[in-house]
Design a protein around this ligand. Structure first.
Ligand code: HEM
Length: 463
């Protein structure tokens, strides 16, 4: 195993690969160099921070389990001092230490089991509205449809149960996300009239203004609303401190951002995997028939849908919606044979961990039934990450997936359009780069897989 750092021209090439396709680049580094790979400077004396790829449960535990030594690091442009751009991106994902602990305590309650259960009807209602719009025999881009579905659900639950108030804000945040990842704002981050960067800053101001107006309205009549924003306004920590308006702006934006694209990806990949595995689909329909008999699931029925849970777990194992997490070392830390300096960026790959054959035999095969026998620990199976910064929306996301899938699959049969090319795009989430065209039919149970092309074939063995 070669543990020497990669430097110079070779490092430059690896950095470019990492930017272009992090999943392929990390897999190739792991296959060539083993579980700990250090990428060093491109040129002598150059200030590039070390980048370290650390693969496997033990490194996941060391890095994700110890937030004092490994802090989160930014994926969004900071924006000028005192700007809305700084405030809207400053939520839980960016906070550290005592501030993170205190704010996490305040943000958690709307994502506990009982609170999540109370979102059941909203989730069912919005899914049913989407299905009423679909026409059998038609072709849909399922990724766009799932984005729209999760955007509507997240807007309703987080911002307002009134779609006229919630949706415009949801769309503003979606647009902010798009602008935040556009190449030109990173290549030319100059705050000049007409630049995309200035556009991003102005957009953040508009978004902040709208959230502040919603906060003011809720502060005037605190009991009139039941959305997560209102719950956060009312939340108090151990010392009876609530959140400031600025904290509320950051937390709500981050919550929306963290929830809608991730769940859209999970839904899309699960529908894809099911459509490509007719035998699994038959077994799942057997369970849905037996437990639900054609109706939408009630909260009491969800725990009975065991095979559906295996399907969701297996889908997020094979194609994790968030394929990796990055941390920055806060001090000199020993990792394997290396001492990693302060500031080094550490990449923990959920994707590679989920494809380790020692933990998951035949890792590229989609086999939901494997979950009858295995019980991986939190550092071996980590679609929601692990440790003290683990996703707070895991229960919310799982319930959304269960309700939407059970409702959709009972009503329609999904078939991938034959010969579709399916490549991945990775920003924070992994999604199909060109969408996912599918035909939908009345559910006549004639499930058939289709021939597909592209990178998907490296990630999953298709029948
Ligand atoms: C399938 C859906 C989801 C997946 C795969 C997912 C995955 C993740 C992952 C991997 C992290 C850790 C990121 C890191 O450590 O850098 C995370 C954090 C987080 N997620 Fe999720 N997430 C999902 C849904 C949600 C939902 C629905 C919400 C809220 C409504 C949410 C809110 C958050 C928050 C606030 C954090 C930051 C926690 C902290 O730093 O303390 N996520 N999520």
């Amino acid at each position: 195993m070669n543990t020497a750092p990669i430097i110079g021209f070779e490092a430059a090439r690896e950095y470019l690969n990492l930017l272009h396709d992090p999943v392929a680049s990390m897999r190739s580094l792991y296959e060539r160099r083993g579980p700990l790979v250090v990428l060093g400077p491109v040129a002598l004396g150059e200030p590039t921070k070390l980048h370290v790829l650390a693969v496997g449960p033990e490194f996941n535990r060391q890095v994700l389990g110890d937030p004092a030594k490994f802090r989160p690091t930014g994926l969004f442009l900071r924006g000028p001092t005192n700007s809305a751009q700084r405030r809207v991106r400053f939520g839980l994902t960016r906070m550290t230490g005592e501030q993170h602990r205190q704010q996490r305590q305040l943000v958690m309650p709307p994502f506990h089991k009982t609170a999540v259960r109370s979102y059941h009807d909203l989730m069912t209602g919005i899914t049913t509205q989407m299905l009423d719009r679909w026409r059998p025999g038609q072709r849909y881009d399922i990724y766009s449809e799932m984005r729209e579905l999760t955007l509507q659900i997240a807007s309703a639950v987080l911002f307002s149960h009134d779609p006229a108030e919630a949706l415009p804000l949801g769309r503003l945040v979606e647009e902010w996300l798009r602008r935040s990842f556009a190449g030109p704002v990173w290549l030319f981050p100059v705050n000049f009239p007409g630049t995309p960067y200035r556009g991003l800053i102005r957009h953040a101001e508009k978004m902040e203004e709208r959230i502040l107006a919603m906060i003011a309205k809720r502060r005037r009549s605190p009991e009139a609303h039941n959305d997560v924003l209102s719950l956060l306004i009312r939340a108090r920590d151990d010392e009876n401190h609530g959140m400031t308006d600025t904290e509320l702006v950051g937390q709500t934006t981050i919550l929306f951002m963290a929830s809608f694209e991730t769940t859209a990806s999970a839904l899309t990949w699960t529908l894809f995997l099911l459509a490509q595995h007719p035998a699994v689909m038959h077994e799942l329909m057997g369970e849905l028939d037996a437990v639900l008999g054609g109706n939408g699931p009630t909260p009491e029925q969800l725990p009975q849908l065991k095979f559906l849970s295996y399907v969701i777990q297996e889908s997020m194992r094979v194609l994790p919606p968030v394929p990796y997490t990055v941390r920055a070392a806060t001090r000199y830390v020993k990792m394997g044979p290396h001492t990693v300096p302060t500031g080094a960026r550490i990449f923990c790959s959920h994707y590679l961990t989920h494809h380790l054959p020692d933990i998951y035999p035949e890792p590229e095969r989609f086999r939901p039934e494997r979950w009858r026998e295995i019980e991986p620990n939190q550092y071996e199976y980590l679609p929601f990450s692990a440790g003290p910064r683990m996703c707070i929306g895991a229960m919310f996301a799982t319930q959304l997936l269960q309700i939407s899938l059970a409702t959709m699959l009972q009503r329609f049969r999904f078939t991938v359009v034959p010969e579709t090319r399916i490549d991945r795009a990775v920003r924070i989430t992994m999604q199909p780069r060109h969408g996912l065209p599918m035909m939908i039919f009345e559910n006549d149970r004639k499930f058939t897989a289709s021939e597909v092309r592209g990178q998907i074939r490296e990630m999953v063995t298709l029948p």
